[in-house]
Design a protein around this ligand. Sequence first.
Ligand SMILES: Nc1nc2c(c(=O)[nH]1)N[C@H]1C(S)=C(S)[C@@H](COP(=O)(O)O)O[C@H]1N2
Ligand SMILES: [Mo]
Length: 394
Amino acid sequence: MADLTGRASARLAARLEPLARRAHATASDPVKSSRSAVVIGRLLGAAFLVCFATGLYSHLLQDPLPWLPLPTRPAGLYRFTQGLHVITGIAAVPLLLAKLWAVFPNLFAWPPVRSLPHLLERASIAVLVGASLVEVVIGLLNIVQWYPFPFSFRATHFALAWIVIGSLVVHVGVKLPVIVRVWRRTVGDAPDAAGRFVTRRAFVGGVAAATASAVLLTAGQSVDALAPFNVFAARRMGTGPQGLPVNRTAAQAGVTETAVAPDWSLEVLTPASMHALTLDDLRRMPQSDVVLPIACVEGWSQSASWRGVRLVDLLAEVGAEPTAPLVFTSLQTRGAFGRTEMPPEYARDPLTLIALELNGSALHVDHGYPARVIAPGRPGVMQTKWLRSIEVTA
Ligand SMILES: Nc1nc2c(c(=O)[nH]1)N[C@H]1C(S)=C(S)[C@@H](COP(=O)(O)O)O[C@H]1N2
Ligand SMILES: [Mo]
């Protein structure tokens, strides 16, 4: 029996080998040198590390650790980190495609497995390639808010990030000898007989140009100076009611009637008491003006002027002090983000408002009329619109 399978696999190998060699020869190209792979790999690795660090920060803000206070300042910190996350993720697309193009002849290497370390190396690359492709594709789909997959975007994007970084560490470890050779310039920096030095440079230059264009034509959704070049991003600065983009409209959240109901009031619950503040009550309290950005997890962001009641003042008014997380609920009946938590460090920050006005007039209903949260350094998803209640936990 063992003899039989042995003979069968030998025959299969004899059939496959010439196919693999032919595929390898066809796919090979001097442009696809170790040098190209390392040069592009370096940029791609750096991009993945930036995405990983900024992504972790975004997760931490959305699921804070009870023992780890978060910085509320600089007020634009999340705008910066999440803008960078999405810009770098977009840059990773051409880099990843170029990297795969440069190394895919290796797929047809013969024999397919030379040793146990070689098997592990190939397996780690398979995991790295698969996880990276899914990670980048679902990231792009999230930017355009299209979820054609049955799993949770956030949980999957987060889990895959660890798999990408883990297999990247293994991959860099395995390839270290090649990487070091390229760094020491002992391979690939001399033109071959056919002058292929130039084509290799042109390839890397073309990839760099494609990456730069992808960034330049989308980064304007979060970088003011690049806003005029924003051709391809999903959101445009300065558009939408009151000159600010809207992520979920009042109609989508099912609040078109409740948000404008004349008997609306904001419930404030403390361990000791319960209050209901009407819009007039809120307007009669001292008003503060702040300039703070909406910084969406999907990468778009824009600074705006907000006016309303300082959260600390409002809490003092009802005899409460933020020592534990606050819970905000929205009038919203459909979809996520109808309930959010705010750690006390944000509630204490004087920039944190229960905003009633945006850019000089009462909040548009799509921006959260009658009242919404605006706080420094937080993801857009936590800037709860159409407030219904604030609960002060002890
Ligand atoms: N109640 C509620 N608040 C919400 C949302 C929501 O869906 N429901 N979306 C959030 C998201 S994802 C963002 S980016 C900001 C956008 O605020 P804007 O529409 O006023 O620009 O609102 C946040 N507040
Ligand atoms: Mo958002």
